[in-house]
Write a protein that binds this ligand. Structure first.
Ligand code: HEC
Length: 381
């Protein structure tokens, strides 16, 4: 996840203007055609970053990665509305879903599920939680989820519980030795001046007790908004075509992964970072609600060309996504926005090795009216 912006006198780790994204055509085994002759087109992104774009070498856990050996993938930000509700799904219900899919013979990510129990859970203070947020299922409770972290690590804005930068020692070293940074550093940060400019820059970037740029009140307000951001209501559900689409969506197996509904628990939410107390009354909670996210909260493999990192992707909640075209002018779907409409999104599920292969085979053989009914249903929820 490259940061491509920096405030003066610093230079971003990657020069965004040099990132190249090309969209390549893909022809599936059916020649991008349904049996009744209707065609669709598929494109996917290929990203390259030339070595000149890197201000600092790439590294993983402190080890430098030689230029040219990296693989770059696009991942677009998933909507954060409704995440407060998803956070309120009890851990036990999530576990029951894994157990059900395991018993049904569904191929599950061994990094997540070890046959009869979690393979990995996050240890948060002295409680453990399964990971449910992000495409990679890398985050447990929402208070340690994408929004709570991103407001700090994407913006690099410090706050009361994180009075340090999202930073690597390599970046701090390169910046501290950069003549341009050295020439202007004290203009912006006179309070760090001890006379040794290289050490001053390094110590500023790596400091663990910087002033908080975001107040505690603002962070609380952000999380009230984050947990509270509502899911748009589904629309036109009494329409007979939409009802037909709803029925077919279940019949052909889409609903196995896109599980229609869940029931939230007591919602005694936790905060691994300890900023909020368990069930903190400053934040909204959503106990005992029936919700309709259309996801099993579990990762599957669709085996797409240039697929997501690791190939495992959490089933995207379908709720609200149908309003994207109206609200943004673009109906892009899938983790990297490769699908320009719902039909393309569905056909990207169709690889012979895909966990969703059987439902796509059935989808292909529907009449055009039935395929369109499924699309209409998906856009209505
Ligand atoms: C094996 C599990 C599985 C099955 C079965 C499945 N899906 Fe999916 N679906 C996924 C996953 C995983 C993603 C996210 C893929 C990505 O973004 O790379 C997804 C994404 C989608 C998206 C795009 C969501 C968005 O807005 O980005 C749509 C639409 C969709 N599925 C519809 C369907 C339909 C219709 C069917 C039945 C024909 C179906 N899915 C069957 C797992 C499944």
């Amino acid at each position: 996840m490259p940061q491509t912006k920096a405030t003066p006198p610093f230079t971003p780790p990657i020069d965004e203007s040099q990132i190249q994204i090309s969209w390549l055509d893909y022809v599936d085994e059916w020649g991008n055609r349904f049996p009744d002759g209707e065609s669709y087109s598929l494109i996917y992104p290929q990203v390259t970053i030339p070595s000149t774009a890197y201000y600092v070498p790439l590294e993983v856990n402190g080890t430098t990665i030689p230029y040219g050996s990296e693989i770059v993938r696009l991942e677009s930000t998933i909507g954060i509305y409704g995440t407060g509700l998803l956070d309120a799904i009890p851990d036990d219900s999530l576990k029951a879903q894994y157990e059900r899919e395991h018993r049904a013979g569904v191929h599950l990510n061994p990094a997540m599920w070890a046959g009869s129990d979690w393979a990995s859970t996050g240890l948060y203070g002295n409680t453990r939680h399964p990971k449910r947020f992000t495409y990679a299922c890398s985050r447990g409770p929402l208070q340690d989820g994408p929004g709570a972290n991103a407001i700090w690590n994407i913006t690099n804005v410090t706050r009361g519980d994180r009075r340090y930068h999202y930073m690597t020692a390599t970046y701090a070293r390169v910046a501290s030795q950069d003549p341009n940074v050295q020439a202007h550093f004290y203009q912006y940060y006179p309070q760090y001046n001890t006379g040794d400019v290289e050490a001053d820059i390094y110590n500023y970037l790596m400091s663990r007790d910087l002033p908080a740029e975001m107040s505690n009140d603002d962070y609380v307000n952000l999380m009230v908004w984050h947990r509270g951001l509502a899911v748009p209501a589904a629309r036109n559900l009494s329409d007979t075509v939409i009802q037909r689409g709803r029925q077919l969506f279940r019949e052909i197996g889409c609903a196995h992964c896109h599980r229609p509904s869940w029931t939230t628990g007591p919602d005694r939410f936790t905060d691994p970072n300890g900023f909020f107390t368990t069930g903190d009354r400053r934040l909204p909670s959503y106990p005992h609600q029936k919700i309709w996210p259309y996801t099993d909260m579990i990762q599957h493999q669709l085996h797409m060309q240039n697929d997501i990192r690791t190939g495992w992707c959490r089933t995207t909640p379908l709720w609200g996504r149908g309003l994207s075209a109206i609200c943004t002018g673009s109906a892009d779907r899938m983790h990297d926005c490769r699908a320009r409409n719902v039909i393309e999104a569905i056909m990207w599920h169709g690889n012979v090795q895909s966990d969703a292969r059987r439902s796509v085979e059935q989808f292909r053989n529907l009449s055009k009216a039935d395929r369109d009914a499924i699309v209409k249903f998906i856009n209505a929820i």
